[in-house]
Design a protein around this ligand. Sequence first.
Ligand code: CA
Length: 447
Amino acid sequence: MPMSLKLSRRILLPVLLLGLCCAPALAADAPVMPDKTASDLAKIQAAMAINAKDAAEAATTYPATPQNAPAAAPAETPAAPAPGTSAGEAAPAVAAPAELAPAAPDSAKEEAAFIANAEDTPVAAITYRPAVAAHRGASGYVPEHTLPAKTMAYAFGPDFIEQDVIMSKDNVLMIMHDPVLDTTTDVAKKFPDRARKDGSFYAVDFTYPELRSLTVTERFSPKTGKPVFAGRFPGDSGIGFQIPTLEEELKLIQGLNKSTGGNVGVYVEVKEPAFYAREGKDITGAVIAMLDKYGYNSPEAKSILQIFDYDAVRDARMKGWKGDLAMLVLRGGQHLTDDKAVHEWLLTPEGIAEVSRYATIYAPWFSHLAVPTEDGKGYKVSNLADLARQHGMKVHSWTHRRDAPFKGFKDSRQSLDTAFKEIKLDGLFSDFPGDVVQYLKEQGLRK
Ligand code: CA
């Protein structure tokens, strides 16, 4: 392991700063976000340098948010990646080889030859090794965010397995995609009178024992009862899948890393931080504390924190997160509290420059990178990936699904060609991580 780690550091140190010849002018109607002042930036950098234990205090001393910060001159130069989180430092965490079961004799020879060759190979020739993230586990095969789905994902050899983190009424961090329980559990049967006025059952209204008593199933429409993905795991299996805790899942992945000799990382999304703040809960701080406890809070650790909320991305640094940090971007926002104007801004050159002060990874929806044509029969690659790289960020995207190709693509295979040959994605989420791993092997981008 030390040798391969050393190797991966050596070959991955060069940062992919792609020169950009023609950054387009900012659209006239793009939302303009207030920039931070130099003194704010100094505070941010100071806060980022401190120990995580002091982060809460730092957070209270940081005054500005995009909404209340005073207007200032736009950033004149691209901000450098945050101290300790430069793309070069972060590279091993993103792209270190995933080593699974002990190598068979042939693959051991191949690896030795690979290492021997690599020692004499110009570094630039072998820097492209896209990362595969198992989206909610192997969710194409097993109900999402269950430990069996994560275990199956692990066996496909991804670089990362994803965790979406919510919080229970009694402050337990649990793994679930939606803030509501309606579409993936039997909550309506077990707790029929616990919905809010909007008719939804919010996980934050339930204690850990209550959440644990629910059965998780394949995703379905609460209105019709029909599955969202018809070809996936049966919804009526009767198997008592449960909602795991974040801590259990970290133990599972670390346990599998030990038993297989592998090194699969975690890709942890803090769900709805603004919603939880309204509920009186600091979910971002709690997630960082848990990841810190398990050794994930460093640029060298194989861990990525991902958030849809720009304020929370910034706050994550204030709260002491030192590792890779992905800004998820979706025009129109995705969840309860996403600010649509902020997401629109995050798709502009100014927004991208600004977020690169905190994030090491820019992670827009794939259809923002390969934009479908109006007739829906084709696509056009946007300049977003180039802009993000210009500011020192890697580019990840989501979500590849064999049974639901992106608009503009005839099938999911074609979208992989675009993702890795045209856009040169640094990472891709997939419900079918094995498909992406296999594709990258066929393309010579993975052992
Ligand atoms: Ca997610």
